[in-house]
Design a protein around this ligand. Structure first.
Ligand code: NI
Length: 169
């Protein structure tokens, strides 16, 4: 089932999510819904808090089409080298901004069946893992911007959302 994606201003997006406790059928259903929701939207990653579920998991599907699930993830290492890349977020539709992050990360997580794995990622995958991981700690990509740029981005987003509301009327 495609779920509604919460947008900037929703309190659910600012919470610290809690670890997944059991790998049961409810979790399998949630993961299925998250991929259906991701497929129905122009995004490459989705974290559970974005659909109002306060659990530490996210899903990623890049252009390679491989569905990737990260449950109770931990970023275990980050590269000293950083890169700048323009990010967007399904929870802040229409807004894009350059965000600086480590270029590569190592992550430990569990897959959908509860099997632990380690992954070394770079490029877009590393970028996406860090962006989605932030959602689990109640952080959005605009929170990674310098304060004055964050304020400008929020103003721009508010203007955009006012315009799109007007268009719908
Ligand atoms: Ni996002």
């Amino acid at each position: 089932m495609v779920r509604e994606i919460l947008t900037l201003g929703s309190e659910e997006l600012a919470r610290t999510a809690v670890p997944v406790g059991s790998f049961d059928s409810a979790l399998a259903e949630l993961i299925k819904d998250m991929f259906e929701t991701l497929d129905a939207n122009p995004g490459i990653g989705l974290a559970a808090p974005q659909i109002g579920v306060n659990l530490r998991l996210f899903v990623i599907k890049l252009d390679d089409g491989i569905p990737r699930v990260f449950i109770n993830p931990e970023i275990t290492a980050t590269s000293a080298e950083r890169s700048m890349y323009e990010e967007g977020c399904l929870s802040i539709p229409g807004l894009w901004a350059d965000v600086s992050r480590p270029k590569a990360v190592s992550v430990f997580a569990y897959d959908a069946k509860g099997r632990p794995f380690n992954l070394d990622a770079e490029g877009l995958l590393a970028r996406c893992i860090q962006h989605e991981y932030d959602h689990l700690d109640g952080k959005l990509f605009i929170d990674r911007l310098p304060p004055h740029k964050r304020e400008g981005a929020v103003r721009q987003y508010e203007k955009l959302s006012r315009q799109s509301r007007r268009k719908k009327h």
